[in-house]
Design a protein around this ligand. Sequence first.
Ligand code: FAD
Ligand code: FES
Ligand code: FES
Length: 478
Amino acid sequence: MIQFLLNNTPVSYQMERPDLTVLDYLREYRYLRGTKEGCASGDCGACTAVLVEQGEHGLEYRNFNSCITFLGSLHGRQLITVEHLKHNDRLHPVQQAMVDQHGSQCGFCTPGFVMSLFSLYKTSQTGRITNHEENIKEYLSGNLCRCTGYFPIVRAAEQSLTDPEPDQFNHASAKISDILANISDQPDSEPANFHAPTSVRELSRLKNDCPNARLLAGGTDLALEVTQQHRNLHEIIYLGRVPELRAFNRTETRIEIGATLTLDRLDIELGDDFPELRALLKRFGSRQIRNLGTVGGNIANASPIADITPVLIAMNATCVLESIEGQREMPLETYFLGYRQTELKANEFIRCVHLPVPAENARLKICKISKRMDDDISAVCLAALIHMEDGITTGIRMTLGGMAAIPKRAIRCEAALLDQSLEPEVIEQAKLALVRDFQPITDVRASAAYRIEVAKNLLDRLRIELSENPPVTRIGQL
Ligand SMILES: Cc1cc2nc3c(=O)[nH]c(=O)nc-3n(C[C@H](O)[C@H](O)[C@H](O)COP(=O)(O)OP(=O)(O)OC[C@H]3O[C@@H](n4cnc5c(N)ncnc54)[C@H](O)[C@@H]3O)c2cc1C
Ligand code: FES
Ligand code: FES
């Protein structure tokens, strides 16, 4: 039995299908059809709803794609849908702003936009949001509109963020916190096919007893197997309630990133460190995806075009795998064996990654090449950690995504760049070496020839960006 708040209504739900999505539940079981289905793959934002949970400083409101989120992950949270925003016959300020600014034409995308604006509005009240223009774009990056055009919607966002007044959700927050705390504390009898362990110990035992159960973190990859490939997932172990897996710890020499730390949380935890990694995170999917997608999910999914893994490999990260038999730690570089094949055994899960803190003279460079700036996966992603002394490279680790069946180091290219000053002729030699490092494939994102060409061009970009007083090379963030 899972328990959550659907708007203001407490729900106890005996799950029959572990892979029931929140969107299907809302539309088919609760007849709440304000939440729309467009793509069912996390790309359009029509299905956006808001998840509420207790954070350190009060309730946190996060927009998410209900089409690729499984219902079982709602346990102990509040789900807010577009039907719930109006209060006493008065539109919520974000809805009123959409009306005032003519932010809707056919209206199909509108509920999703309204919910993203709502989570932006609530987050702005926490003080986390400082630059309205940048944040507006970021919060709307996962919502597509095909007829209104974005300017009226952006103006609606600006209007609602100008002196945001307390809304009915502020007034009810203490009560909602209490209800959620009580749900989380209650032991719940779980259905046999959706397990939600609350400790690593329990998780290890479950994974040992049910080796065929699928592990679920944010679901932003896993749910596509259901909505796009029309598979049924018969047994799921949800990782989101295991506190040890959400850890973020740092010492002077090492950072530990828990497997279920979300990409949004990683961005917050990094603070002012690793600006290039934070810029990459801003271009990882959309805000909805970053709110639920996790670091461990990115690794475990073992996609050759994943964005975080090349960076972690370039930074010489290790990953910790755990099972009932104990832990084993290995360089992340050796975790990937072949296309979607990894070291992970049936009874294991990824617990965390360990990231050595780079030396002061190290420069981390990351270049993501995709067709769109936002909400798009890489055609090629290059990450390099380069140590320079007096203009000479004294160490280099370079990894590319999208160029092979796995995220792979450019070993020959690294050798060509080591102990060199990055002059154009050195870069030309490195390009020849790079061609020998990779034989990329042609797919829907890019042709093999394009991938090779763009990867070679990125070496020029590295040279320019690592030179003294480099010119501006990047439009926007990355
Ligand atoms: C619209 C959209 C945009 C996207 N954009 C990007 C992008 O820009 N860059 C990018 O790299 N990816 C992108 N992705 C892919 C996805 O969001 C990421 O790979 C994300 O990090 C997956 O994390 P998750 O928690 O959602 O994983 P899940 O979907 O929960 O899990 C993915 C896989 O990993 C397994 N797994 C999860 N956690 C563990 C664990 N701790 N131990 C062992 N196995 C585990 C699951 O069983 C599953 O097989 C996008 C996806 C969508 C739908
Ligand atoms: S329906 Fe398109 S993102 Fe969910
Ligand atoms: S108003 Fe028609 S798609 Fe946005």
